[in-house]
Design a binder for this molecule. Structure first.
Ligand code: RUB
Length: 316
């Protein structure tokens, strides 16, 4: 039986009350940690089985951000190791809770580190464009601002759910100079943009980046305008299964995020599609900024191999 807290986190992630690849990963890890603390399981094995099924539920909340299965798999792999070592129920509870806390702390630190590494790329007088709402991209811009650099930020609205407004408010409250533009105005503005900084939901082994819909168009016009294109991605955004040739699933959301139901009723023959993410090929990306340093997209596979030395043992 799925616990109430797992159902609640699942609903919050699916309904996008908790959103953004890093946040959903931490929410899932934290939920597994508290499940371990409150579970009524009567043995270590029972707790492990309960954790595994809760993990499956959480992973199914949104399909694209690989941070979600990566965080769940991290916590479950620690539980598995402890079970195999013969941990008792209390030992298992502690190990799972510690693993969840470790994931959340590591994630928060990674975002700070990416901020420091990425801020080095921002210089006085820059015009930097960002899309959607990425904690890591925001960390870079906020860090550069705290370091006293003066630059302008252009934020795209990010239709249909307008996450760009969140980014614009956050940066503006922190004292950055921000201009919000419709997504469709990006090419008009790109000629004065020096750098584009975006986050990632998943990074494939060939260096392609999956991020909010519209990212790949921005990369294309940045390429045309010779603006640099930077991706900020914690290492838990790397998708290990892409080393085995698996593709990243692109989430398709409700048409009601694009048009109201009254419009749909009046235009029954019109098909409305709402893909939430797209794929930017590595040729359009200059660097991927991780907490482990900066990588050209074509080199990200080396980091992936270091983090996942036995790709064949990855559960598909
Ligand atoms: C959010 C989005 C963000 C990435 C990275 O999409 O595409 O750019 O998740 O964010 P949604 P972060 O709003 O559909 O979740 O750097 O915060 O992990």
């Amino acid at each position: 039986m799925t616990s109430e807290s797992v159902k609640e986190t699942y609903a919050l992630i699916k309904g996008m009350k908790i959103r953004g690849a890093g946040r959903i990963a931490r929410a899932a890890a934290a939920t597994l940690g508290s499940l371990a603390e409150s579970s009524k399981a009567s043995s270590a094995r029972e707790l492990y089985e309960e954790l595994k099924s809760a993990g499956e539920v959480l992973k199914s909340a949104r399909p694209t951000a690989v941070s979600l299965p990566n965080s769940v798999n991290f916590v479950i792999s620690v539980a598995k190791r402890n079970l195999e070592k013969g941990a008792d129920l209390a030992g298992m509870r502690d190990a799972i809770s510690d693993a969840a806390n470790l994931f959340c702390r590591t994630s928060e630190n990674a975002i700070k580190t990416i901020g420091s590494i990425g801020a080095k790329r921002v210089v006085d007088g820059d015009n930097v464009l960002t899309h959607c709402n990425s904690e890591s991209a925001i960390s870079i811009l906020s860090t550069a601002h705290r370091q006293g650099k003066t630059f302008d930020v252009i934020v795209t609205e990010t239709r249909p759910l307008m996450q760009g407004r969140m980014t614009a408010s956050i940066l503006s409250r922190r004292g950055l100079k921000v201009t919000l533009i419709p997504d469709s105005a990006a090419r008009l503005y790109m000629h004065k943009v020096d750098k584009v900084v975006v986050g990632a939901d998943a990074v494939a082994s060939n260096g392609a980046v999956v991020n909010k819909i519209g990212t790949s168009q921005l990369a294309l016009i940045a390429h045309e305008s010779r603006a640099r294109f930077y991706v900020a991605a914690e290492t838990y955004k790397l998708s290990p299964t892409t080393m085995l040739g698996e593709l990243v699933e692109i989430e398709e959301r409700s048409p009601l995020e694009v048009v109201p139901s009254s419009w749909l009723k009046q235009n029954k023959k019109v098909k409305v599609r709402n893909p939430a993410f797209d794929i930017t090929p590595p040729e359009y990306i200059d660097i991927i900024i991780t907490e482990r340093g900066v990588y050209p997209p074509q080199g990200i596979v080396l980091l992936m191999k270091e983090l996942y030395p036995e790709p064949d043992s990855i559960t598909l």
